[in-house]
Write a protein that binds this ligand. Structure first.
Ligand SMILES: Cc1ncc(COP(=O)(O)O)c(C=O)c1O
Length: 458
């Protein structure tokens, strides 16, 4: 067995990338307001901002795009999309959406009323914002081990079942219009949820009559972690495992930009027919007719193929090993990361690495800026900039437990030598970390502020 499985593909088309010099990087940072979302693509050398919509499509997906049927209603592309979703996810109904947050928006518009609570292991930023936008209160009930970056619990995305029961009892089940779980848990390190935990969460929501929705963006990576780490699943395929966990839920939101390896797309799935009727009406209002829902026919075809490719075992073995190669190499250089490595990204523990910078001065933002400055590498802050928000009732700021910087790995895009470049750049920063200063806001919007905020060095 080789230590790290090589890429299970060879390169047929290339996209040139170029490193601009240090002075140009400094200028780019200033004009972006020290917000890496404000950089132009040509100013970035290795782009690890997100794994969402940034994957490389395969020859079969590009071929499928040419088959796209752009009929407004009942397109053949929709039939192929439906077949893949039915065979993999098994829900009775679904509507395509242009991406994951559109599915979240439709779901929240139908179910969440002001003052109500939506528990999850951890909501991702767009889910959190969609709940808040309806006056709801997102609540994170992940296990305590997830809050300790060095704890090597194998399923750090698990929900704390006791906390969930106590929470529902305290706020009243009538104030919980739906319950969710994110697989893998992006905001908490791309950590998986075990089948055992998914069963327990599902049983609890059923007991209280609360609809259970899975945020399924990275379902295939989660299924492969279950195969690797949970007793009894060693001999099952990721597909068999995925079908089992989806059978435990009442529905799912999906951003196809992750495990379906496409550049745009998503869907909202559910078993409840009344909810589906409402979803179709919302969809027509916001996205489009229920057989295309904000996408072109060719996008539906690319998803139909990509969903199967995302479940391929050889691909998943390589994918998760790429992440662990990056994480373990950084650890060897003394850079603290969330352990064990997650699925789609490596999360640097900026709070610990830059412990001289307090949360109000955004250590994660400071570290991500420094990584760009050093190597033209773009990462994202997942800490007090992107995940803190004012509680809708008390107005008090709610802060995340960890100050992180995420290095997300686009699917099938970068090779091991790109990762070696990243490792060397971050290791160089470690030698001068005490010189790094914090940042303050120059401008910040109310919701999802990390996308458009501007910062000033302190
Ligand atoms: C866990 C999770 N849920 C939802 C979303 C939203 O998906 P989209 O970006 O397609 O709107 C993301 C995107 O990164 C995510 O990681």
């Amino acid at each position: 067995m080789v230590k790290h499985p090589p890429e299970p593909y060879r390169i047929k088309m290339v996209e040139p990338i170029h490193l601009i010099d240090r002075a140009a990087r400094e200028k780019a940072l200033k004009s972006a307001g020290y917000n890496l979302f404000g950089l132009q693509a040509e100013e970035v050398y290795i782009d690890l901002l997100t794994d969402s919509g940034t994957g490389a499509m395969s020859q079969d997906q590009w071929a499928a795009i040419m088959r796209g049927d752009e009929s407004y209603a009942g397109a053949r592309s929709f039939q192929r999309f439906s077949k893949a979703i039915t065979e993999i996810f098994g829900f009775e109904h679904f509507v395509p959406t242009h991406q994951g947050r559109a599915a979240e928006n439709i779901l929240c518009s139908m179910l969440v009323k002001p003052g109500q609570f939506v528990p999850s292991n951890m909501h991702f930023d767009t889910t959190q914002a969609n709940i808040l936008a309806r006056g709801g209160r997102p609540t994170n009930l992940v296990i305590d081990e997830a809050r300790d970056p060095a704890n090597r619990h194998l399923f750090k995305g698990n929900m704390d079942i006791d906390k969930l029961r106590n929470f529902i009892d305290r706020v009243g089940k009538e104030n919980v219009p739906l319950g969710m779980i994110t697989i893998t848990n992006n905001a908490g390190g791309g950590q998986p949820v075990s089948m055992e935990n998914l069963k327990a969460v599902s049983a609890l929501y059923k007991e209280y009559g609360i609809p259970f929705f899975i945020d399924a963006c990275r379902f295939a990576e989660n299924a492969y972690f279950i195969k690797q780490r949970e007793t009894g699943f060693e001999n099952q395929t990721p597909l068999e495992i995925a079908r089992q966990f989806f059978s435990l839920a009442d529905g799912a939101t999906m951003s196809a930009k992750k495990d379906a390896i496409v550049n745009i797309g998503g869907f909202l799935a559910m078993n409840d027919e009344n909810l589906f009727r409402k979803a179709c009406n919302e969809l027509i209002l916001r996205e489009g007719f229920p057989t295309y829902g904000g996408l072109a026919g060719r996008d539906l075809d690319a998803i139909a193929v990509g969903l199967w490719e995302g479940l391929d075992e050889e691909y998943l073995a390589y994918r998760l090993s790429q992440t662990s190669y990056l994480a373990n190499s950084l650890l060897e250089h003394g850079i603290p990361v969330i352990e064990p490595p997650g699925g789609h990204a490596v999360y640097l523990n900026a709070g610990l690495f830059l412990s001289h910078i307090p949360s109000e001065q955004f250590p994660g933002q400071a570290l991500s800026i420094e990584i760009y400055r050093e190597g033209g590498i773009r990462a994202i802050e997942l800490g007090s900039v992107s995940l803190s928000y004012p509680d809708p009732i008390s107005g008090k700021m709610v802060y995340p437990d960890l100050e992180l910087v995420r290095l997300a790995l686009p699917r099938r895009v970068y090779t091991q030598s790109h990762l070696d470049y990243v490792i060397e750049a971050v290791a160089r920063i470690a030698g001068r970390k005490s010189e790094i200063r914090g940042y303050g806001f120059e401008y910040a919007p109310e919701l999802l502020r990390h996308f458009t905020a501007r910062f000033k060095p302190l």
